[in-house]
Design a protein around this ligand. Structure first.
Ligand code: TXA
Ligand code: MG
Length: 324
């Protein structure tokens, strides 16, 4: 198992030697490596079993360093950066050619973000390079929101997990790009669509793409538990699957007649932020239980609810695929 700790210097020493370590962010834990080192980047893909055509997000300490990674920083992007960085926002911008091809899978655009977590911020300030970091889970599986989640799955493959406690946002960053100058959301995430529109006006949402080979994280089948997940009305689903051993994932309801360990209530008070924080840990808990399937309901399609529903839909699509 990897060592788990809060020692920034230890994490830095591994990274300086081209190793990869897990780092906390406000969204999910990342699997970090030197963004300018092809061996470190290869190691990231290897540890995650991730295909190299799926590009990585580059994490920088501050806007000045981030600006050094891109060729152009258009004014709409700057406005978003001022409003939401550090924070759960990723910008797709023209890439500085000094970044290795492996980071962007050969694309002319690079995804950049400034995480909002004190430990990782200190680590990035300490390092002479930015780090590339996908979510620290095996490719296609649920993202980790605690150091223990990371260690359980990748602990045999990495030397160190920097433990920053449970992630405070709980869903991945919102990805915004500017194709032909048009602000476009490619992945719904921790910054709400409404917040982005309040900052820069109307945006296109293209986050439902089912066939973008450049970005598997945007595919319909991703973020999937191993066990089948069925989305719908929980009362109806419970009747339909009576006699089966199922887990329940609800927004704000508790089912007194269903075993406690086999149900997850995302937020008893109906708070979407709390629901986002609990989503991936809840899915994991049910996925590790002895059940045949997870029955789940969507949350209100507003604010962070849009990102939560997006992950639930993909989890449902991914799990029905693996069933065949
Ligand atoms: O919140 C987050 O963004 C987390 C934390 C660790 O920062 N990271 C994360 O990384 O979710 P990952 O690799 O699991 O998802 C990043 C998504 C992928 O679907 C990838 O395809 C897309 O961003 N992406 C990265 N670089 C891209 C690029 N140059 N062009 C298009 N899509 C890109
Ligand atoms: Mg991921």
């Amino acid at each position: 198992m990897a060592e788990i700790g809060t020692d920034i210097e230890k994490a830095a020493q591994w990274l300086l030697r081209d190793e990869v370590v897990a780092i906390p962010t406000e969204t999910v834990y990342g699997l970090a490596g030197n963004a300018f080192s092809p061996p470190a980047l290869s190691r990231i893909f290897e540890v995650k079993d991730r295909p190299t055509f799926d590009p990585l997000i580059v994490h920088a300490a501050n806007v000045e360093r981030l600006a050094g990674l891109v060729l152009d920083f258009p004014s709409l992007a700057r406005r978003l950066a001022e409003a939401f960085m550090p924070g759960p926002l990723t910008l797709l911008l023209p890439r500085d050619k000094r970044l290795p091809d492996l980071v962007t899978s050969g694309s002319d655009l690079v995804a950049v973000r400034i995480p909002r977590h004190p430990l990782t911020h200190a680590l990035l300030e300490r390092l002479p390079f930015p780090v590339a970091a996908p979510s620290a889970n095996p490719f296609g599986y649920i993202s980790p929101t605690t150091a223990q989640h990371v260690n359980r799955q990748l602990g045999e493959r990495i030397p160190y997990v920097l433990d920053g406690g449970p992630c405070t946002v709980g869903v991945e960053s919102t990805i915004v790009g500017f194709p032909q100058g048009q602000p476009t959301i490619f992945r719904k995430g921790g910054v709400e669509v409404e917040q982005i529109e309040a900052c820069i006006g109307p945006v296109t949402v293209r986050a439902h793409s089912v066939s973008n080979p450049q970005a598997p994280g945007m595919l319909a089948t991703h973020y999937a538990p191993r066990v089948k997940l069925v989305l719908g009305d929980l009362d109806r689903l419970r009747d339909q699957y009576a006699g089966h051993r199922f887990g329940l994932l609800s927004f704000d309801r508790v089912f007194p007649d269903h075993p406690g360990p086999l149900q997850v209530t995302l937020s008893g008070s109906g708070d979407l932020r709390e629901a986002a924080r609990n989503l991936f840990a809840g899915l994991r808990r049910l996925d590790e239980a002895d059940i045949e399937m997870i029955l789940a309901e969507m949350v209100p399609e507003t604010g962070l609810g849009r990102a939560i529903n997006d992950r639930l839909r993909r989890a449902a699509a991914g799990s029905s695929r693996t069933e065949h």
